[in-house]
Design a protein around this ligand. Structure first.
Ligand code: ADE
Length: 273
């Protein structure tokens, strides 16, 4: 079970998303708990004001510290252990699958969404443990990023997806992109399903899929491939049948990468030496 509390000025903007599909079902099953809190409800101003002009001048408005702090305190005052507080911000560390896996280990996260030109720095210093960005671009508020973060973490919570398999094979899980998927019909607009997938030879299918993962990652995300390669040299050589025999973990039949004969490792000698 994992709990999320979201502090936002626009809780309604998140409602539909958080009630639908896999996240909605996970909430119904009690696997995750998500509470949204309207920061404005905590404003002590008689007009429920939550922003003001920036000291020192400049464009736009800044969210005042009092309503944010009180909304946050309203949650933490009843917690036996101080939950981790995340501020969605383009200045944060960029969200990765690895980060999601780390945050999934938390029992309780508070997610703060900003708006306008930002939030008074003093309340951020007081309550924020970590800033998270969803990419190097700027959005109008933290609500979409918070939904991205909640979605990405929730699907890693046990029971949310139908089986562990649904994410252990997917893109980014092991630092590689996923292999291509096919379903019926066997031929679509002249394009056939790769023969190996209908061969029924499970071990060869596994090998083929792994080679596809390597090839795709190399082509689409050379940065990811480089990282993977530096950590898994032997595994790659083995997959391409380039590991000297005495080093092979088990007798490996050679599988072609695909019908077009995608090249092997350009930087690796074909002679295993
Ligand atoms: N708020 C505005 N832009 C953002 C981004 N890229 N990531 C997280 N929060 C944001």
């Amino acid at each position: 079970m994992m709990r999320f509390d979201v502090l936002t000025l626009f809780p309604e903007s998140m409602d539909n998303f958080l009630q639908e599909s896999i996240i909605g079902r996970a909430r119904e099953k009690g696997l995750i708990h998500i509470f949204t809190h309207n920061i404005r409800d905590f404003s002590l101003d008689k007009h429920r004001k939550v922003d003001d002009y920036p000291y020192g001048g400049g464009a736009g408005m800044v969210m005042t510290p009092q309503p944010v702090y009180d909304a946050w305190y309203h949650i933490v005052k009843d917690c036996p252990k101080r939950p981790k507080t995340i501020y969605m911000s383009p200045q944060g560390q960029v969200l990765t699958q690895k980060m999601a896996q780390r945050l999934r280990e938390e029992e309780h996260l508070i997610i703060l969404c900003g708006h306008y030109e930002g939030i008074d720095e003093r309340v951020l210093e007081e309550i924020v443990d970590e800033e998270v960005s969803i990419g190097d671009y700027v959005l109008t508020g933290g609500e979409l990023p918070a939904m991205v973060l909640i979605d990405c973490i929730s699907r890693l919570v046990e029971g949310v997806l139908s089986s562990e398999d649904s994410y252990s094979n997917e893109s980014h899980y092991q630092g590689l992109l996923e292999y291509p998927q096919y379903t019926r019909p066997p031929e679509f607009r002249g394009r056939k399903v790769p023969e190996i997938l209908t061969s029924g030879h499970h071990a060869n299918i596994q090998k083929w899929r792994f080679l596809q993962m390597l090839e795709r990652t190399k082509k689409k995300r050379p940065d990811m491939y480089e990282r993977y390669e530096s950590e898994h040299k032997e595994k790659i050589l083995e997959a391409y049948g380039l590991l000297p025999k005495r080093k092979r973990r088990k007798k490996a039949g050679h599988v072609n990468v695909n019908e077009e004969g995608t090249s092997g490792l350009s930087h690796v000698s074909k002679d295993p030496g």
